[in-house]
Design a protein around this ligand. Sequence first.
Ligand SMILES: *[C@@H]1O[C@H](CO)[C@@H](O)[C@H](O)[C@H]1NC(C)=O
Ligand SMILES: *[C@@H]1O[C@H](CO)[C@@H](O)[C@H](O)[C@H]1NC(C)=O
Ligand SMILES: *[C@@H]1O[C@H](CO)[C@@H](O)[C@H](O)[C@H]1NC(C)=O
Ligand SMILES: *[C@@H]1O[C@H](CO)[C@@H](O)[C@H](O)[C@H]1NC(C)=O
Ligand SMILES: *[C@@H]1O[C@H](CO)[C@@H](O)[C@H](O)[C@H]1NC(C)=O
Ligand SMILES: *[C@@H]1O[C@H](CO)[C@@H](O)[C@H](O)[C@H]1NC(C)=O
Ligand SMILES: *[C@@H]1O[C@H](CO)[C@@H](O)[C@H](O)[C@H]1NC(C)=O
Length: 574
Amino acid sequence: MMAISALLMPLVMFLGRTSGADVDPTLPFSEHLDSNHNVLLRWGFDLLKDTITFQVTVNTTGWVGFGFSPNGGMAGSDIVIGGVGPGGIYFSDRNAAGNFMPALDKQQDSKVLSLTEGNGQTVMKFQRSIKACDENDFPITDKPIKLIYAYGTTDDISYHQSWRGTKEVNLLNYMHRTSVPESKYFKMTVTNFTIPAVSTYYHCKVMPLPEFDRKYHIYRIEPVIQNLDLVHHILLYRCPPSVTKLSETQCYTTETKCLQAIAVWGVGGEASEFPEAAGLPVGEGGNGTLYRLEVHYNNPNKIAGVVDNSGLRFYYTAQLRQFDAGVLQTGLMVTSGKVYGIPPNTTSFLTYSLCDTSYIPQALSQLPTGAKDLQVFAAFLHTHLAGRKVRVGQFRDGEQIDVLVQSEHYNFDFQQLTNLGKTKTVKLGDNLVVECTYDTYNRSGLTWGGLGTNNEMCLAFLYYYPALELSTCESFPKLQMLMSEMGAANATDWLKIMSMKMWDNSSILEYQEMLKRIEQFIFVGNIETKLQNTGKIPDLKLSPSSSCKRSRAQIQRALPEILLLGLMLSLILS
Ligand SMILES: *[C@@H]1O[C@H](CO)[C@@H](O)[C@H](O)[C@H]1NC(C)=O
Ligand SMILES: *[C@@H]1O[C@H](CO)[C@@H](O)[C@H](O)[C@H]1NC(C)=O
Ligand SMILES: *[C@@H]1O[C@H](CO)[C@@H](O)[C@H](O)[C@H]1NC(C)=O
Ligand SMILES: *[C@@H]1O[C@H](CO)[C@@H](O)[C@H](O)[C@H]1NC(C)=O
Ligand SMILES: *[C@@H]1O[C@H](CO)[C@@H](O)[C@H](O)[C@H]1NC(C)=O
Ligand SMILES: *[C@@H]1O[C@H](CO)[C@@H](O)[C@H](O)[C@H]1NC(C)=O
Ligand SMILES: *[C@@H]1O[C@H](CO)[C@@H](O)[C@H](O)[C@H]1NC(C)=O
């Protein structure tokens, strides 16, 4: 592999020079490692492919070192050193035993992608696996990790004339901290609400945003929690224009139409911030739009009389970002009747839904000019109490090309906005499949789809830019087909057959496969007006695991690059 990486270097550099873009969607995160801002780290990752990509930019024409340390010092650290010298590019993966020249790692697991020098700066871009490939590699986890850097003024790697430092950064769980000159904010909270003395309570308040004189972009959302021991999670949903009445009641006791989630916070969560390229627009469409704040209180000791003012704080700016961000709801359409049933007493029941994005243009009143792709940067996955896993598969031309986001340990009590690690492109025409896994082990009756916490949902809210005039792309199996396959003549009959059925392992599996096989109605549009189309659920493959194993597949994939290099060399030489 080393030989291939070395061969690839000139090619990568050549390509690097031709594309002059300074916003790289594969490196959405950045942090200065030193207070003088001489060392800038940009990074992005792909949890499924098990890769993390770093780009270190240092104001020097000498060597650059960067790595991971158990304690902030050199000893025991895993580092890479590279630069552009008189003899060309150099780059190596090393381990430091102490404060002296680090030894080469026997296994070179970091791969340089490009190394350039210009304007007095050196830019080193490399990729490694997130996991450790050998005992000398430092595993990258979702906890803060001590990064170390050092650099010299020449390409002689020597300790005495180097600048060095350390900074602790949570690479896989990073939240931007933009400093915006004018930080205005507004809050959406409950006001002096007395938390009922019951173990679980959902409080809903439908209210307007403050009035705005112009368009602004929300770029940061922070929790405002008054009773940390009782407030469990908070969601803010946008209402459709038909909702015009303010209200404050227990959630889901009356029919609600305000279902488009735009912000979420869960216990253990922090603030969330949008990428530099995008912000959530407010103030454009007038002052009338209402929002529904949902606060989930968990009060197992049934404490009485606690007054609460919790909610969310939204930071906004008049310095508009390049793109409006939008939220697209995908997944199984939420129904209120007893229609979609999950069988009892099973530990992993799978449900599927389909968003065929080729139907999106028909649903828009006008196609956006310019880029039509959705740049997805974060997701919020949502099921109720029986949900255990959620995956969003991405298909192009009938082939699965990615898993956009997945949660292998979904927990209703710890719902979070998940950053994707890099901005992923969904092209119009791609199919998105949301798969949910449920555990109904201790339930004796069917679990129906619906709004209540004891009902189920399977939703993935995708945060993307540029925003389209669109809120949902979701599906539901064709009910007529489902009923006839289960031998039901009508809805009453269906309910009876489903409830009376003696479920066992094989009938549960059969039913699960039927739900997946039956054609789906796909609904694309807004909460109130949706276009209806049809489609079939493709097969979702298992998620890939480690990038360390140099499998045959990877070597084969590298071959065309070598051929391309040969072609380019022959072009240059001729
Ligand atoms: C680093 O170099 C860049 C490009 O030459 C320059 O814009 C920047 O101001 C420099 N930073 C410092 C801290 O000197
Ligand atoms: C909430 O309660 C506090 C303390 O009792 C009181 O000062 C405040 O005016 C109340 N706010 C509203 C909006 O009622
Ligand atoms: C919203 O309300 C503000 C304050 O009353 C007003 O200045 C602004 O013009 C209104 N915006 C629209 C679009 O009507
Ligand atoms: C099922 O319920 C029993 C009794 O309520 C409880 O002890 C057990 O842990 C539950 N099992 C699961 C898998 O939730
Ligand atoms: C679940 O199924 C097992 C057999 O697989 C049975 O022993 C148990 O009683 C069932 N539990 C419920 C709640 O129906
Ligand atoms: C539904 O179908 C069942 C079984 O064929 C039948 O007995 C019943 O009358 C039907 N109900 C309605 C409302 O059509
Ligand atoms: C049904 O499947 C569960 C696991 O999902 C297993 O524990 C159980 O033994 C199976 N029951 C039968 C009768 O095969």
